[in-house]
Design a protein around this ligand. Structure first.
Ligand SMILES: [Zn+2]
Length: 122
């Protein structure tokens, strides 16, 4: 695991009261993978968007603020980067993952494989 990914991972941890939950932010690469940090672990893809997201996640952690889409916008995440981001609030820290490679999407009730997904899905 790269140093920047370790920082991004630990930065997104949240312990609420007695229950260990975690919030993580993922960037989508051009192959449809979702990942934390600056580089997609499946194919090495990186972009200004993934670097900007990783930096924003580190910023929120250093400010001791909860990771959320709203908080990411408040620290200045750009609109183009925001379009690639998902934030998942895991009810159990042990359920969290570093990256995800979806096989199919269902958009408007229609199953589609990446990269054949309708271009309306950003
Ligand atoms: Zn990828």
């Amino acid at each position: 695991m790269s140093e920047s990914l370790k920082r991004a991972t630990s930065a997104s941890r949240l312990v609420s009261e007695s229950k260990a939950t975690t919030v993580r932010a993922y960037c989508r690469c051009n192959s449809g993978h979702y990942f934390q940090g600056e580089f997609c672990p499946f194919d090495g893809w990186s972009s200004p968007a993934s670097r900007e997201l990783a930096k924003a996640v580190r910023q929120l952690a250093s400010d001791d603020r909860k990771l959320s889409l709203t908080a990411l916008c408040q620290v200045g995440l750009s609109e183009s980067t925001l379009e690639r981001v998902v934030v998942i609030d895991f009810g159990c820290e042990a359920s969290a993952f570093d990256a995800l490679a979806p096989q199919e999407y269902v958009v408007n009730g229609k199953s589609q494989c990446f990269p054949k997904v309708d271009s309306a899905l950003k």
